[in-house]
Design a protein around this ligand. Structure first.
Ligand code: SF4
Length: 483
């Protein structure tokens, strides 16, 4: 699973918070796509449709074993191969075996986050196989040696001047920051790779069990070429990315492209269900679908988190998230970033190992409002934080910050006793006095210091509501008595 930077989430986030170029780039996508999608949810797509879509996803998840068996059966009937991979290593090894069997020298890829999740590229490259990204954004990142920072717009953090300099250095073209000129240069370089590749490696946006097909959406046409020109096509699919029927598939695809790019439908939608059939002009000689578990079965088994498997990876939650808007994708240092990444990465890669991600989001709820399938990411983040505070045997989580659990227990005790609450307020008022500056608590001590380092913490009021009430009420009673 992609995690390359040795710095912590906090360190990377702190650096990103001061990066104005990054903010400008993300503002572009959040203003354009984020706002556009929100508008669609208000005008064109009814809340009922999104609720129905969620129900469809949850129904499929309840019968996932049957739905996947139907998908596999239908693909095999069409001459395709289906492999169920338990782990990331298992999935990568299968891809390598297919490549070796077919004496593959060059692999062309369609955009696939799942390929990054399982780490297949380095394994193929170690075997002497050239791996070339063909999605423009992914290609730019491959030249730059960087990881994607957004699920849908992988190089959103780069501006055209940076890309111009990169192309000048790596492709040997004169410097230009003109997007059509840069696109043309990439297209020329990629066309040659696509024409001579032996294997296409793609993801899968959504599979349909009823028809036995995987659907791939793109706006560049690269996926169409990567799935039809090489003699072998391998599609990687997380085991949850399947719909039961064609009618459900159509509804979810409509929501996916709207959530991802405010498009009624993307420029290209490729449906692939097997190798080239007699009489067809193009298509691979071999088609393989790798259905990947890699921890998803554990998520499926836990009612607290099952809902996250309803995600259709539209990236919409990134386009609205205030945290993502300030720190970008690289600060997460993970394959999946933003609010969805903050829930999925701990569950796939270990909650303790991704504790920062669980605690980095604000729980403002914007991601839930944006999600085409109404995924309640804030609720799941709260569940993860609860696990981190109190531990959890099912997920093998050890409590990381006992002070937090103790503080909340003490708070709960104080809130349930009038006397304890009054004592807390009175002593708190005395203790806070040296730290109050201009109406806010500054430079708190102990665990509170971490809070006040970056946030304003309101001090306890001179008079609490209860104290004011008592004073005013007593005064009124007295006045009434006097009258
Ligand atoms: S959680 Fe919802 S908004 Fe976020 S990527 Fe998944 S489907 Fe899209």
């Amino acid at each position: 699973m992609h995690e390359t930077n040795e710095k912590t989430y906090s360190e990377l986030a702190r650096e990103a918070v001061g990066n104005e170029e990054l903010h400008a780039a993300i503002r572009m996508i959040q203003d354009r796509i984020g706002r556009g999608t929100r508008q669609l949810w208000k005008t064109e797509i009814s809340p009922e449709l999104r609720a129905r879509a969620k129900a469809m996803r949850m129904r499929t998840l309840e019968h996932l074993d049957v739905v996947l068996a139907t998908l596999a059966e239908n693909i095999r009937k069409q001459g395709g191969h289906v492999y169920f991979a338990r782990t990331a290593e298992d999935a990568s090894r299968y891809c390598l075996e297919v490549a070796r069997k077919n004496e593959v020298k060059r692999v062309v890829k369609g955009k696939s986050m799942t390929s990054a999740e399982i780490g297949v590229d380095p394994l193929l490259e170690k075997d002497g196989i050239e791996v070339v990204e063909t999605d423009l954004g992914e290609y730019i990142l491959q030249l730059a040696g960087e990881a994607p920072s957004h699920i849908i717009a992988p190089c959103i953090h780069m501006n055209r001047r940076q890309i111009g300099r990169l192309f000048q250095e790596k492709l040997g073209i004169p410097y230009s920051e003109d997007p059509p000129t840069l696109t043309k240069a990439a297209r020329k370089a990629l066309r040659e790779k696509l024409l001579t590749a032996d294997m296409g490696l793609t993801g899968c946006n959504l599979a349909c069990a009823e028809t036995g097909q995987v659907a791939l959406v793109s706006n560049e046409g690269n996926i169409r070429m990567a799935t039809t020109m090489p003699k072998v096509h391998v599609a990687l699919m997380g085991m949850e990315r399947v719909t039961s029927t064609l009618a459900e598939h159509e509804t979810l695809l409509r929501l996916l492209t709207r959530g991802a790019a405010v498009q009624k439908i993307s420029t290209y939608v490729s449906f692939v269900g097997g190798p080239r059939q007699p009489g067809e002009p193009d298509g691979p000689e071999e088609f393989h679908l790798v259905i990947i578990d890699n921890g998803r079965t554990d998520i499926l088994a836990d009612p607290r988190f099952r809902e996250v498997l309803a995600c259709i990876r539209c990236g919409g939650c990134l386009n609205i998230c205030p945290v993502y808007g300030r720190i970008g994708g690289h600060a997460y240092n993970a394959t999946y970033t933003g609010p969805i990444g903050s829930v999925v990465m701990p569950l796939l890669g270990g909650v303790n190992d991704h504790a920062d991600l669980c605690r980095g989001e604000t729980l403002c709820g914007a991601c839930k409002d944006m999600c085409p399938v109404n995924n309640d990411l804030p609720r799941m983040l709260s569940e993860l934080r609860h696990m981190l505070a109190y531990g959890d045997e099912t997920w093998d989580v050890t409590p990381v910050d006992k002070t937090e659990a103790v503080a909340f227990k003490a708070w709960a005790a104080a809130m349930s006793s009038r006397k304890a609450y009054d004592l807390l307020v009175k002593s708190g008022r005395l203790l806070q006095a040296p730290f109050v500056r201009k109406g806010v608590l500054k430079h708190g001590v102990g665990p509170l210091g971490k809070w006040t380092a970056d946030r304003d913490f309101p001090p306890i009021a001179k008079q609490t509501f209860a104290e004011r009430w008592n004073t005013i009420h007593a005064k009124r009673l007295k006045e009434d008595g006097d009258a």
